[in-house]
Design a protein around this ligand. Sequence first.
Ligand code: FAD
Length: 288
Amino acid sequence: MKLTEILAKNKITLSFEVFPPKTDANYESVEKAAFGVASLSPSYMSVTYGAGGSTSRNTVKIAEGIQEKYGVNTIAHLTCVGACREDIHNALDKMKAAGIDNVLALRGDKPKDFVGEPFTDYHYASELVEEIKAYGDFCVGGACYPEGHVDAVSKSDDIINLKKKVDAGCEFLTTQMFFDNNIFYNFLYKVREAGITVPVIPGIMPITRANQVANAVKLSGCNVPERFKSIVDRFGNNPAAMQQAGIAYATDQIIDLIANGINNIHVYSMNKQEIALGLQNNLSEIIK
Ligand code: FAD
C-alpha cells in the first residue's frame, strides 16, 4: 500500500525505522532484530540503505520479509550518491518485484572509502525523486531538516531547496531527529509558508545510551536541550536507567506532538524491539 493512502486516513500512526545487515556474516542476527520490531505491528516501517550501495540488496530483502511475514507496509530507502541511472533502475526493479510501493529518495553522503566522483548522474535528492516518479508507480518521500541540513548555506536556502524536491514529485517528508519540539513547530510553519503542503512526519530518536548523544550531534548537528543533558548526566552511567529515561523523554515528545495535531510519528528505534515496545506501551491508549 502507498504511504499516502495510510497518511490520508487521518489517524494517528506510529512507525519504526530499522537498518539492514551490512554483511552476510551478521545477516541472521540483524534480520531477527528487524523482524522483532515488525512483530509489534507498527503502522508502517522504513528500512535504511547504505549510501554507495553496500547494503542495497539487503534493504529490499528485509523490507520484503517484513511485508510478507508480518503484513506491515514498508518504505525502502534509496540513495543516489555514487549511483548511475542504471543502478537506480536496477534497484527500483528489485523493489517492484518484491512488492515495495514506497521509496524514501535520498542523496546520501559520500562513503569514506569511495573513490572517484560521487555525484555524476544525480547531484541532489530532487533529481532522484524525479527519476523514480518517471520510472515507475512508486510513492516517493524525502528527508528534511528542522535545524537545517549541514551543507546548506542557510536554513531559508534549505527550505527553498526542499520546495524543489517536493515540486519534483516528493509526496511526504520525514524529518531528521530533533530533541526540542519547538524547533519542529517553527520549521513546519516556515515549510508551510514556503508553499510546501505535503505531510511532514517528525522523526523521533529515543536516546537510550549516553554515547548516542555525541553521535547524534555529530551526524545531524542537532540541538540538545538542557533538560535532556541533565538526564544524560544523571543516568548516563546506568544503562537500564538511561534506557528508561530515554524512552520517557521520547514518549513526552510524541505526546506533545500528537496533542498539537501532529498525527504521524516516525521513530528511529533502529532494530531495538524493547525500545519500540516501550514506546508502544507508554502510548497504548493514545495510539489506539
Ligand atoms: P538533498 O535533499 O539533496 O539535500 C542535500 C543538500 O543539498 C542540502 O543542503 C540542500 O539544501 C542542498 N540542495 C538540495 N537541492 C539543491 C539544489 N537544487 N541546489 C543547491 N542545493 C541543493 N542516509 C543514508 O545513507 N541512508 C539512509 O537510509 C538514510 N536515511 C535517512 C532518512 C532520513 C529521514 C533523513 C533525515 C536522513 C537520512 N539519511 C540517510 C541521511 C541523508 O542521506 C543525508 O542527510 C544527506 O546528507 C542528504 O540527503 P538528502 O536526501 O536530504 O539530500
